[in-house]
Design a protein around this ligand. Structure first.
Ligand SMILES: Nc1ncnc2c1ncn2[C@@H]1O[C@H](COP(=O)(O)OP(=O)(O)OP(=O)(O)O)[C@@H](O)[C@H]1O
Length: 485
């Protein structure tokens, strides 16, 4: 039985701790630098190249070997060094494949470097099945890294934290454990994205949804599905109640008037390890919440008009831009449903918080969005946008967040300027009156009692909540209704 020298073993253990930690964490970069023996300001690429050179040198000295030739305690660090080396050797090939697959759409393409990786792993004693799993793992890591870094623009602390959190959603805290045991067990882990409108919840959901596990088919040198079909978004606010149920769970022929053919819902369409994105979850009625809860808990659902139980094998990501705690307090969002989703709640930061943390955030985003909107970097346009933003003043709150920033750029393209979104964010008459300074204390109380009475439909309850007698509440409500017939 072979064994590693103490130095090699220590080095490979370091490689394991670096190579298998979250690439978006601050600690990761420091470990990379320490291993590579570089200065703190060296780039990530440089650190990885230097680390790779050292791994290659030590592996070369070991000559040809199978992992099983080594003592059990040496196998894990050595295996991680092998994976680290191969992953970086083929990273560019995976990038090319990701680009080609994104362009090709839902039909899975052949992975050109697949057979070569299988042969390389075979030299270390990997079986074909295990080598196929390594390819799935490499591909998933590369996708998650690419989608999270490329699509989530922003270097403010909150955005860096967001990428780090999102990586944890895909791979958990422990990538090595994920590789060994958890890769096919994450379907039960749902994610709830919360944040104001336009902050990028859809972008995060898509990056996560397209970064799930996809099985590699060794015999055909291709993945079983394309990552483009792994993400199924549904905007729940777009459908009337009856149609929504059918959209989600499907229906059988004759289930309701107009159901002339049976139809598959999105839960059926979702592939194994795929993701369903339930957007605008705050809009959903209680009966639909109960049905969704059943899918999350029991992983089965029935099409409308059928008793058949179908299995759901994907993962759920939900999102809302509504204040969840208020929805729960009002009884519009069930607690059991919330608890099912709350194990992984990710808050997407508003744009104003990002700008306050890092003034370059706006510059980076504008340049990114200008390139996306007009198809290339346009310095003159970017400068015009910056001038328009300056005119909004330093305290402008960006109520529509990144979506509003896109709108701002479009308006600068068309009109040369942007005036900002100054309308109050709520149409609530009480808030509007308050903003206009038009209420005295008596009117304020009468407005407030009326608003509360609309909500609780009981003078008793409103009185209890406001510390007023029920008769007083009634007096104010009647007064309000007389003035506002
Ligand atoms: N970090 C980001 N980097 C680049 N583009 C972004 C980012 N965040 C959001 N965007 C862009 O802003 C727009 C709005 O994003 P998105 O639709 O994901 O917001 P949302 O939070 O889901 O909004 P809503 O709650 O209204 O559905 C999209 O065009 C998206 O591409």
């Amino acid at each position: 039985m072979k064994s590693l020298s103490a130095q090699d073993r220590e080095f490979f253990e370091l490689v394991e701790s670096a190579g298998f930690s979250n690439p978006f964490s601050a600690q990761r970069h420091n470990v990379d630098l320490a291993i590579a023996g570089l200065e703190a300001n060296a780039s990530r690429e440089k650190a990885i190249q230097s680390m790779l050179a050292q791994v290659n040198k030590r592996m070369h000295r070991l000559g040809d070997f199978k992992l099983r030739d080594f003592a059990p305690e040496d196998r894990q660090p050595l295996k991680m060094a092998v994976l680290f080396q191969l992953f970086h050797q083929f990273a560019d090939h995976f990038d090319t494949h990701i680009k080609a697959q994104a362009e090709a759409g839902h039909k899975p393409l052949k992975l050109a470097c697949g057979p070569e990786i299988i042969r390389a792993l075979d030299r270390y004693g990997y079986t074909e099945v295990n080598a196929g799993r390594v390819i799935s793992f490499f591909f998933q890591i590369r996708r998650a890294f690419t989608f999270l870094s490329r699509n989530l623009v922003g270097e403010s602390r909150v955005m860096r934290n967001l990428r780090e959190r999102a990586w944890g959603t895909v791979f958990t805290q422990d990538l090595a454990l994920y590789e060994r045991l958890l890769w096919n067990r994450l379907e039960d882990f749902s994610t709830f994205l919360i944040g104001e409108t336009g902050t990028g919840k859809g972008v995060v959901a898509k990056a996560l949804g397209q970064s799930g596990w996809i099985e590699y088919d060794v015999a055909n040198s291709r993945f079983e599905h394309s990552f483009t079909s792994a993400f199924v978004p549904v905007n729940l606010s777009q459908f009337a109640e009856t149609l929504l149920e059918s959209e989600l769970f499907g229906h059988v022929k004759g289930a309701f008037t107009g159901a002339e053919e049976s139809r598959e819902g999105v839960f059926k369409q979702c592939q194994t390890h795929g993701t369903i994105f339930l957007d605008e979850l705050g809009e959903v009625s209680i009966p639909i919440q109960i049905k969704l809860l059943r899918v999350l808990q029991e992983r089965v659902f029935s099409p409308v008009g059928s008793r058949e139980q179908l299995a759901f094998q994907g993962r759920v990501i939900a999102a809302t831009n509504q204040p969840v705690h208020e929805l729960r307090a009002d009884g519009r969002f069930r607690d059991d449903f919330y608890y099912r989703l709350c194990s992984d709640v990710i808050e997407i930061p508003p744009l104003r918080e990002r700008i306050a943390q890092d003034p370059d955030e706006l510059t980076n985003l504008v340049e990114h969005l200008v390139t996306r909107i007009v198809g290339g970097a346009e310095k003159v346009l970017s400068d015009q946008v910056f001038a328009a933003i300056d005119r909004l003043g330093p305290d402008y709150a960006w109520p529509g967040n990144v979506r509003e920033l896109e709108q701002c750029i479009r308006q600068v393209v068309v009109r040369g300027t942007y005036d900002g979104d100054r309308k109050p964010r709520t149409q609530n008459p009480l808030t509007l009156s308050l903003l206009e300074d038009e209420l005295d204390a008596n009117q304020l109380l009468s407005h407030y009692c009326h608003a509360m009475y609309q909500k609780y439909a009981s003078y008793e309850e409103v009185g209890r909540r406001l510390g007023l007698d029920r008769r007083t509440v009634k007096k104010y409500v009647v007064e309000f209704e007389e003035i506002n017939p």
